[in-house]
Design a protein around this ligand. Sequence first.
Ligand SMILES: NC(=O)c1ccc[n+]([C@@H]2O[C@H](COP(=O)([O-])OP(=O)(O)OC[C@H]3O[C@@H](n4cnc5c(N)ncnc54)[C@H](O)[C@@H]3O)[C@@H](O)[C@H]2O)c1
Length: 358
Amino acid sequence: MPRKEARRLRVGVLGCGPIAQAAHFESCTKARNADLYAICDVADDLRQRMAATHAPDKSFADYDAMLADPDLEAVIIATSDPFHVPASIKALEAGKHVLCEKPLAADVEEAETLKRVVERSGKLLQVGHMKRFDPGLEAAKSFIDTEMGDLVALKAWYCDSTHRYHMTDAVQPLIVASKAAKKPNENPKADLDRYYMLAHGSHLVDTARYFGGAIVSVEARLLNRAGIRCWFIDVEFANGALGHLDLTVAVRMDWHEGFQIYGANGSIVGKTHNPWYYKSSEVDIFHESDGTTRRVLGADGHFYRRQLEGFADVILNGMPMAGADIDDGIASVRAMVAIAQSAKTGRPVTLASVSGAL
Ligand SMILES: NC(=O)c1ccc[n+]([C@@H]2O[C@H](COP(=O)([O-])OP(=O)(O)OC[C@H]3O[C@@H](n4cnc5c(N)ncnc54)[C@H](O)[C@@H]3O)[C@@H](O)[C@H]2O)c1
């Protein structure tokens, strides 16, 4: 476990639901440069149990009360999607930095409104696209930026497995639920096209942008057959590279996620594991310069803890931002809206032209 540094970010986690239990509480308690200062949930039973397990300094039923605490420096927004923007705005206006779970929003204008608040506040907002802190993806990104030269093409796929709950049940802590939990008015799973895009497509789009840069337009097809939803998406990158994304939920096989990248001075083939194994992606980088293929081990694959450490490093030590910022978050929202529109109309859709909600 990393040794705790002297100066640590005092973090409050909003929400004691599954993602907080499986990722954020442990990330705060293990991080070298952050502490679990506070937790907050309206559900008393859940909050009390999590307080007993993770021992934060403070525990709040009321979000405003947590934000009013002058010693709190940053908030992790670990609530369901429709609460992300309002909860982020409240935290920023209270002078707190924000690490907000993905997707940033489901609506372009809502995300743009948040950007204005971020700029006014002068505080940091990072989106929880934690795959950017997977050492395998970091190695790929570093090769792209320093050695690969022109990007020719990128293929990426994110295919959830029908067996994923057996996998995650075997490795996650027991996830505690509460009848008193605050839920959005509409059931997020009422529209599965939308839900899968927000839950899974947001990761795929961010990975594509992390490697390939800005996306100009998308042309998507969606087939729903045999209970499997499959999006095949042609991507036009601003740098002229060709892109193809495959979002399939759920394949009848193991978790299947990865990417292939062809560049002037080398190629990359990556295999990503189900995140709850906390295992760095297996990324083979071929260097044309010396004809070798190299793969980083990435022994520390705790990308949720590493994303928090990266976030805290920006705030405490002025380090450059390695995570997804507000513009990356907005670009992902635009891409998801554009993919949904294109799948409906059968036409290419430009990201700059989209508005409204997914
Ligand atoms: N990065 C990843 O890999 C990953 C994985 C899973 C989920 N997520 C994201 O995490 C988010 C949360 O997912 P979840 O399943 O834990 O959500 P959830 O809705 O099950 O739990 C959220 C908890 O927050 C509490 N809450 C909400 N608003 C509150 C408020 N204003 N004040 C006090 N308590 C409040 C609720 O009572 C609930 O207990 C989602 O946006 C999801 O997309 C990310």
